[in-house]
Design a binder for this molecule. Sequence first.
Ligand code: CTP
Length: 402
Amino acid sequence: MLSGKTVIVGVTGGIAAYKSVSLVGELKKQGANVHVVMTENAAEFVTPLTFEVRSGNRCIKDMFERNFEYDVKHISLAKAADLIIVAPATANFIAKAAHGIADDMLSTLVLAAKCPKLVAPAMNTAMYENPATQANIKRIKEYGFKVIEPVKGLLACGDEGKGKMPEPDELLQHVLLEIAHEKDMKGLSVLVTAGATQEPIDPVRYITNHSSGKMGFAIAHAAALRGAAVTLISGSAALATPLGVHRIDIRTAAEMHRETTTAAPDADILIKAAAVADFTPVATSDSKIKKKDEVSMSLPLKPTKDILKEIGLNKKEGQIICGFAMETEDLIENAKKKLQAKNLDMICANSLRDEGAGFAGDTNIVTLITKDSVRELGCLSKLDTAHRILDAALDLRKAFEK
Ligand code: CTP
């Protein structure tokens, strides 16, 4: 997701510097050209050679180093950078950035660069909470730096509290959110539903389905990467909330109905990937239902409300509504019927019979159906499928605006 991007990782003198080695590896895996700039103190924790091996580029530490190609390095790197992330950032680095001090390569480069700048403070809790550090953090935020909050945990000094640098994968997510994608959905509000609902039978049992939530979460993630304001209403799904996404957890189809119909009027684009139960028990027992030997049991069920249909029939002008159809037979025909019956702009049809499609996997095979087109996307990762769905939703919006 970062091919063609140049990322500078600034490393200052803290024990968390070892985690930045993995961050560099993760950025490389995403295709970024990574340059590491260290302070003298950082080199006490991790050697420049480690970063050079990981980044494949010379690690820069000394302002006045002589033995490599001649250019004004702090300026050329500042110009080349698509993003700078300083991780870990000491209290001293933050203080310098807050006051425009440029007394080494990293602080000089940061002052010279105009690209987005992320800072991940990592220090002892007392240092972090010190009013001077807090004032400096406030100030750098005002200057446009994005500050990645440290997390709570056992610190190197033995204290327990806030001050730990988040794990490399979380830092990577911040980088991706900034520069992985063109912000072509900025200003749009996107509502996504995902995961399986659970209909309780008694305090122990419930009716549900196999939905993992992966497709809906991928759509929410992709929309956030593209700059949309994203709300994700999620049923049961053992997945981390994508960065930049506002998540509302629900359990039952009735809760999904309540939250979705409340949020729907404010959405420009609605994508309903959730697997909502079509039936729920007529009554939920307060106590565990005991088995009775040799007596068969039947469970009376009543239909739930069709949320998508209700939203489709009450659609606001200009709103784009997209549903999903998971079928085992007559995929296109059944999906087209749902498109029409629920008054949708688009439906994403996928067949449970196709290898590479379905609930738990990381790929999907979707056919995008609108009122006048049927387009097969082929087997793609769920994130790529999500981007294609959003592309199509944007095209429908543009067609409407014309
Ligand atoms: N859906 C919904 N509310 C329901 C049931 C489904 O909003 N109570 C939405 C799903 O989120 C999905 C679309 O409707 O976007 C189609 O869901 P699906 O289960 O494929 O179809 P159903 O309409 O339930 O029809 P059937 O189960 O008979 O195939």
